[in-house]
Design a protein around this ligand. Structure first.
Ligand SMILES: C[S@@+](CC[C@H](N)C(=O)[O-])C[C@H]1O[C@@H](n2cnc3c(N)ncnc32)[C@H](O)[C@@H]1O
Length: 352
């Protein structure tokens, strides 16, 4: 071994540290950089990586998030009591220097569990992104005044299929049920979407290769574990959205995005709205082409009484954002950038 594999693994953790720092998690910026240093120094983090530090090893995507997600899961499961005073997600206060000896001890003690966590694909369902979706839905309801069938690809746990049960704040007031446990005070900036539009959701349906079911404690913990522990507002939103999900049914089928859309048809007297956020980058080119072709096919069938629309929040170039919010409606098929948002959705700034 020339050490090339060790450097590559450490660089992957360092890269993730910088991304987390840019996206608002100073805790993970510091922790991942320290873990990268531990890989180079031959500490317990290198042992957790095992064969992944071999020169010819292929690293899984987002290696750093797999390591810190596994660690967070131990904390949430009560398996790492010495870290609880340091993890804000369980009421602690993060200070790298104070936490580091306990981090090293936990990594060493739970080496096998953390190694197994490297095989898991990080799963998140970011409730803040519903701020972007809702602006699109209100415009569609305003323009067509039809009941909406909401269809999401890459839906994860389907939390955002309940977006009309969340509350969105802006400088000119709130939209959404006043008693919703999910209240996002600064959700919208810029000219507000048409808040008086007659929005009614009559179907909530999602597709995901690995759907999560938040009525299961195990799946809720999975979502929490991949939410960054110092971003406590994101965690609070996630926990509150799980409460909403318990009251508002939605179906998320275990299906690839293109297969799911192949089975979809428009319905007379409704607007079928396809929504996706931070999913496109996970799809292979062939699947993206199949989806676009299916949307084009469905669009042929669209009319003023059987509308098709697509709302997306996906990276344009930079994964660190901002991402455009794009709305396309058929008949007519105009794609319009109606706003932009940071990767976690808040605030969504409307362009008018
Ligand atoms: C980053 S998550 C985003 C989840 C959700 N859209 C959100 O914004 O919170 C991407 C999701 O896409 C799903 N996914 C990846 N490839 C897929 C595919 N080919 N078909 C359907 N879902 C897929 C993953 O399982 C994951 O739940």
């Amino acid at each position: 071994m020339s050490g090339q594999g060790i450097s590559r693994a450490a660089e992957a953790l360092d890269w993730q540290a910088k991304v987390c720092g840019r996206l608002g998690s100073p805790m993970y910026a510091g922790l991942l950089a320290a873990l990268a240093g531990d890989v180079v120094a031959g500490g317990p983090t290198r042992a957790v990586l095992g064969d992944l530090v071999a020169d010819d090893a292929e690293l899984p995507p987002v290696l750093g998030l797999r390591v810190v997600g596994g660690l967070h899961r131990l904390v949430l499961d009560g398996e790492a009591p010495s870290l609880e005073e340091h993890y804000p997600s369980v009421g602690g206060r993060w200070d790298l220097a104070a936490a580091w000896p306990s981090v090293l001890a936990v990594v060493d003690q739970h080496r096998d569990a953390l190694h197994r966590a490297l095989d898991l694909t990080p799963q998140t369902n970011e409730v803040g992104r519903s701020a972007a979706l809702m602006g699109g839905l209100l415009r569609i309801a305003d323009r067509f005044a039809l009941p909406v069938r909401l269809v999401e690809i890459g839906a994860s746990a389907g939390l955002n299929l309940r977006a009309d049960h969340f509350r969105f704040g802006s400088p000119s007031g709130w939209w959404g049920p006043p008693d919703s446990p999910v209240a996002m005070p600064d959700a919208w900036a810029g000219p507000r979407p048409p808040v008086d539009a007659p929005l009614e959701l009559v179907e909530r349906r999602g597709f995901d290769l690995a759907p999560l079911d938040v009525s299961r404690a195990e799946d809720r913990l999975t979502l929490e574990a991949y939410t960054w522990p110092d971003m406590t507002e994101r965690l609070a939103r996630l926990r509150a959205a799980c409460e909403v999900a318990a009251e508002v049914p939605a179906v998320v089928e275990q299906r690839g995005a293109a297969d799911g859309l192949d089975a979809l048809e428009l319905e007379q007297g409704t607007a079928t709205v396809l929504w996706h956020s931070v999913t496109w980058m996970y799809l292979a080119e062939a699947e993206r082409e199949r989806i676009d072709a299916r949307v084009a096919e469905l669009a042929q069938d669209a009319g003023p009484d059987r509308v098709l629309a697509r709302v997306t929040l996906e990276p344009a170039d930079e994964v660190a954002g901002p991402f455009p919010v794009v709305l396309t409606t058929w008949p007519f098929g105009e794609a319009t950038v109606i706003g932009s948002a940071p990767p976690h959705g808040l605030p969504t700034t409307w362009t008018g």
